[in-house]
Design a protein around this ligand. Structure first.
Ligand SMILES: Nc1ncnc2c1ncn2[C@@H]1O[C@H](COP(=O)(O)OP(=O)(O)OP(=O)(O)O)[C@@H](O)[C@H]1O
Ligand SMILES: [Mg+2]
Length: 210
């Protein structure tokens, strides 16, 4: 069983969007996939409920309760954890203990970049991160690649001490698909293939990290 934690103290960075798309990707690969929802808003659990009828359903587990680990079936192959907004590393202890890799989404604005620094510092202080045993990567999310703000944010993120493993575009596709219990990996149109391509470096990094 391999576990990916998607976390950021900044609200609205794209945690649930990334968690749901990643969970669908694993499920579509044929892996028994569990989504641990650490957020009381339960957006990711609602997504699982909408997907429940599909062959590639993802099992939701309530991560806001102590002892959530006991609810992960023994045959689970991939676990994706949606961390609650506002939590720093010390409040994510049980999620970090379970994680084999951490993804930190960041939106391309100065407010988001600045708000993410203390969270990354809180991760950097963890012994497993310090020793290089828990890989951490950045995901730029909601990019409008033609804008100066997005270009500057990407340049800044590339200078940070964690790899920038994906540049996901701002598109209604994510909004619409998440509402349907779907992901960009469930569709095959040419336009959606472009969005899938945005995930390729992230998926490659995860293959190595997991
Ligand atoms: N790449 C994207 N393109 C367009 N909209 C996006 C994208 N990623 C996320 N969104 C939208 O931005 C909003 C915030 O995203 P999301 O809910 O995934 O963030 P979050 O980090 O889980 O938020 P919270 O901290 O409240 O849990 C949502 O309305 C979502 O649909
Ligand atoms: Mg969320």
């Amino acid at each position: 069983m391999r576990t990916v934690l998607v976390a950021s103290s900044k609200g609205g960075a794209g945690k649930s969007t990334i968690v749901t798309n990643l969970a669908a990707h694993f499920a579509l690969e044929g892996k028994a996939t569990v989504l641990v929802d650490g957020d009381r808003q339960k957006s990711a659990s609602h997504w699982c409920a909408k997907r429940a009828g599909l062959e590639t359903a993802v099992l939701p587990v309530d991560g806001s309760r102590r002892g959530w680990e006991k609810h992960i079936p023994a045959d689970a192959q991939r676990v994706v954890i949606d961390a609650p907004a506002g939590a720093m590393a010390d409040e994510l202890e049980s999620f970090l203990a379970a994680a084999d890799a951490v993804l930190v989404p960041v939106n391309p604005s100065m407010i988001d970049l600045e708000a993410t620094v203390p969270f990354l510092d809180s991760l950097a202080a963890l012994p497993r991160v310090k020793k290089g045993k828990l890989p951490v990567a950045l995901v730029a999310n909601r990019l409008k690649p033609w804008t100066g703000a997005s270009q500057q944010a990407v340049a800044q993120l590339q200078a940070w001490p964690y790899p920038l493993v994906a540049q996901l575009r701002d598109t209604q596709a994510y909004v619409l698909m998440v509402a349907l219990g779907k992901s960009v990996f469930d569709y095959h149109s040419e336009q959606i293939r472009g969005h899938q391509a945005d995930w390729a470096p992230l998926l490659k990094w995860l293959k190595k990290a997991l």
